[in-house]
Design a protein around this ligand. Structure first.
Ligand code: XUL
Length: 540
């Protein structure tokens, strides 16, 4: 049995473990601990706590440790033998920061197996809660760091992203400004991923380049800590950060505490943990140029593998390290499913009826254009929600149904243009990804084949597959990423929608027109009405 690999995912709401059998190419075990339900004594709501203001969103690092103990208990009680697991890696919600005092590593190195991890680690925190990615209270710190780094363009050039509220560097600066004494007493600041990896390793674990890129502290080109960013963030920060590592690095063997307590094999290798997005990149099989995944969820997320580094100087998109050692992009659009539902519900439609209307309406929507900001939008930044309709009104069922879908995907094409690796294949996931008519619009606008998979646990799965890759490399039975990932993805084939060439030219023109409307409503351009009329004359 040389083929069992454990992938863990400490996400916002739960901790999930999956065991992947590389011989059978399938997940042979899955279990999960829900923070709200199974660890209700922490009183979290969806895994988080709001501290005073809506913008201050934290969670409890000790709760994540307790969840790990609970999950290992569950696996121990199952038929799976933890002893057979060859390697482990993990995934965690990105950007969250854990503040630890000098007890942490001392304790980790001398754990008593008659006691729980929680009881032994509870005094290791210089702050009991951790700001997570949902925290948006650091606008001031973002501005300060960006200014010190010389403005938007130089910040992006150095760090791969603008300074962003949910990113770790601004969180650390806020902690330093609000709690200078606690900051001083902090020996090490971990990300959620490196914190959890440390628990498994029995000493401080490194931060990998994937998650490191979401901190506003790592130089995106050299993949080292960026001195200027460290200095702009907080004093002596370099002394409080773990080292950076390659995402595929074997960081050591599992701790003797976990071996004795749960029956792991002492030779089990640990691979650096990473963020959930880099892990999902592998979990959904994005290991080649031109592969893109779009998650059509509450909000829509566009992420892709990048062979080369491209930067978005507008600051809307982000670049992280990919587990393959390359890069990945990530762009988040706030107006996703909830916006689609607004239209569906307004006309009292079910999804089938919505689809039928979409299918019967012409590509290009007879020149009707919608900019669908039902909620404040991240990309492009629109603070005041408002739905803009050009050439139709809110009672036009067909115009609205096609308008929202085309508007969302035209915007996605427009705002992912900075990634110069054109999509060849798009993998979709999330609620709307089972709707073929929606996918047809996506395929036509992007001129790419759209495939839908049943992706569940893509981050945990990605972690297990990463563990397998590094393990086989370490025993000189090298397998390519394709060997490991593609076979698995083949099992998941589901829907496949090819693009229709007849509409390529129309959508090339429409994306230009859409861009002009966006500039117009952002008050950066003229009203493009005459061009819309030309578009209608050309196609309808
Ligand atoms: C990415 C981000 C989220 C979290 C969710 O930048 O903030 O996707 O990683 O866990």
């Amino acid at each position: 049995m040389d083929y069992l690999f454990l992938g863990l995912d400490c996400s916002t709401q739960s901790l999930t473990g999956i065991i992947f059998d590389l011989n059978l190419n399938k997940v042979v075990y899955r279990n999960s601990v829900s923070f709200d339900n199974e660890l209700s004594h922490y009183n979290t709501l969806n895994g988080a706590v709001i501290l005073g203001s809506e913008k201050v969103v934290h969670s409890y690092p000790l709760m994540w440790v307790e969840a790990l103990e609970l999950l290992f208990e569950k696996i121990k009680e199952s038929k799976i033998s933890l002893f057979e697991i060859r390697a482990i890696s993990g995934s965690a919600q990105q950007h969250g920061t854990v503040y630890l005092n000098n007890n942490f590593e001392k304790k980790l190195k001398h754990l008593d197996i008659s006691k729980t991890l929680v009881s032994q680690l509870k005094n290791s925190f210089s702050h009991p809660t951790s700001p997570i990615w949902m925290d948006s209270s650091t606008t001031k710190q973002c501005k300060e760091i960006r200014k010190t780094l010389g403005g938007l363009e130089s910040t992006i050039n150095l760090l791969g992203s603008n300074t962003i509220e949910r990113f770790s560097g601004p969180q650390i600066r806020k902690f330093f400004q609000e709690h200078p004494k606690m900051y001083e007493e902090t020996s090490i600041i971990h990300l959620v991923s490196s914190f959890m990896a440390s628990i498994l390793l029995g000493k401080n674990a490194p931060i990998d380049h994937g998650d490191g890129a979401g901190m506003n502290l790592m130089n995106i080109k050299t993949k080292h800590w960026e001195k200027r960013a460290l200095e702009a963030t907080a004093p002596n920060l370099i002394e409080k950060l773990p080292p950076l590592s390659y995402p595929y690095a074997i960081i050591g063997k599992i701790s003797s505490y976990l071996v004795e307590k749960y029956g792991f094999n002492p030779n089990t290798s640990l691979i650096a943990w990473s963020g959930d997005n880099p892990n999902s990149l592998i979990g959904v099989g994005l290991i080649k140029k031109g592969k893109v995944a779009i998650s059509l969820g509450t909000s829509d997320t566009y992420f892709s593998y990048l062979q080369d580094l491209y930067l978005d100087y507008k600051g809307e998109g982000h670049v992280f390290g990919a587990p393959t050692g390359d890069y990945m992009s990530l762009i988040c659009f706030e107006n996703g499913s909830l916006a689609r539902e607004k239209i569906k519900n307004k006309f009292h439609l079910n999804w089938e009826e919505f689809s039928t209307i979409l299918e019967k309406s012409p590509p290009g929507n007879n020149g009707k254009i919608m900019l669908p900001y039902f909620f404040p939008e991240i990309v492009p930044q629109v603070l005041e929600p408002k739905v803009y309709r050009f050439g139709f009104d809110e009672n036009d069922v067909e115009g609205n149904v096609r308008g929202i879908i085309e508007g969302q995907f035209l915007s996605m094409r427009l705002h992912s243009k900075w990634i110069r690796e054109k999509p060849i294949e798009i993998y979709t996931t999330g609620g709307a990804s089972t709707n073929k008519d929606i996918l047809q619009v996506l395929a036509n606008i992007f001129k790419a084949k759209v495939l839908t998979f049943e992706f569940t646990d893509s981050a945990a799965l990605g972690a297990a597959l990463r563990a397998a890759k590094s393990y086989y490399d370490s025993i000189n039975q090298k397998k390519t990423w394709e060997d490991i990932v593609i076979k698995f993805i083949d099992f998941q084939k589901n829907i496949s929608v090819p693009p229709n060439e007849d509409h390529f030219e129309l959508y090339d023109d429409m994306v230009d027109l859409y861009k002009k409307y966006e500039l117009y409503i952002l008050k950066e351009g003229q009203d493009p009405e005459t061009e819309r009329v030309k578009f209608i004359k050309k196609y309808f």
